[in-house]
Design a protein around this ligand. Structure first.
Ligand code: CA
Length: 234
């Protein structure tokens, strides 16, 4: 699969250096000179990037703001901050704004490409290209799926979910009561490349039922549809 990277750096020389090296290593690259341009490109392309490389110091909105906005729009995207050696505190701020990694300038092409490659791999393992997020939360009857905190609330009470449980519920909620097969859940949550058995889906559904249902043996919400898979019922 093509690996797509968004590069945001105002200094032309550094930007070209980054872009050339990524392209040489097979990445599909889009570049932006400002944070505003980066956000525009990201939205225009519906967030279909694996990784964003963001310089901290930019002429308009800064790299941290861009980072926060991208993270808000999409929690699967890999984000790497480009920082100068003197920006230690900014580096830490970047990570708390949702960045996954940072690279300190000056960096070698080998180091940069290695970091981007490794983050791309993690993002791809996570599933497909990142999907743009529709809303911060989805309500289904007494249940509210909170995207920001990645948890579920049942009648106002928080139920903590694992990443996988969260993704399964998010997928079922998005299907609006239509049944989805184990195979589709597996592809959606574990990714196309996953080679394991779809029994893992059943295991997670069983655990979700224990967390969600009054009686896990007699579910009212996380329903089995014989011959079809699972569906959500509010
Ligand atoms: Ca800069």
């Amino acid at each position: 699969m093509e690996k797509r990277v968004l590069v945001c750096e105002d200094e032309a020389a550094i930007r070209e250096f980054v872009v050339i090296n990524l392209k040489r290593n097979g990445f599909d690259v889009r570049e932006a000179e400002t944070g505003e341009a980066a956000l525009r490109i990201f939205m225009e392309e519906e967030g279909r990037f694996h990784v964003a490389l963001l310089d901290l110091m930019l002429p308009g909105i800064d790299g941290l703001t861009v980072c926060r906005e991208l993270r808000k729009a999409n929690d699967k995207l890999g984000i790497i901050m480009l920082t100068a050696r003197t920006q230690e505190t900014d580096k830490i701020a970047g990570l708390s704004e949702g960045a996954d990694d940072y690279v300190t300038k000056p960096f070698s092409p080998t180091e940069l490409v290695a970091r981007v490659t490794s983050l791309c791999r993690r993002v791809q393992l996570n599933g497909h290209l990142p999907e743009p997020k529709q809303a911060d939360q989805v309500t289904m009857g007494e249940f509210v799926l909170n995207h920001r905190r990645r948890c579920l609330e049942k009648s106002g009470k928080t139920i903590e979910l694992t990443q996988v449980e969260f993704q399964i519920l998010d997928f079922l909620f998005s299907q609006k009561g239509n049944p989805v097969s184990r195979e589709r859940i597996l592809k959606q949550v574990w990714g196309e490349a996953y080679v394991g058995d779809d029994k893992i889906v059943d295991v997670n559904i069983r655990r979700l039922r224990m967390k969600i249902e009054e009686d896990a043996g007699n579910p009212k919400h996380l329903m089995t549809v014989w011959g079809k898979g699972y569906k959500w019922q509010s």
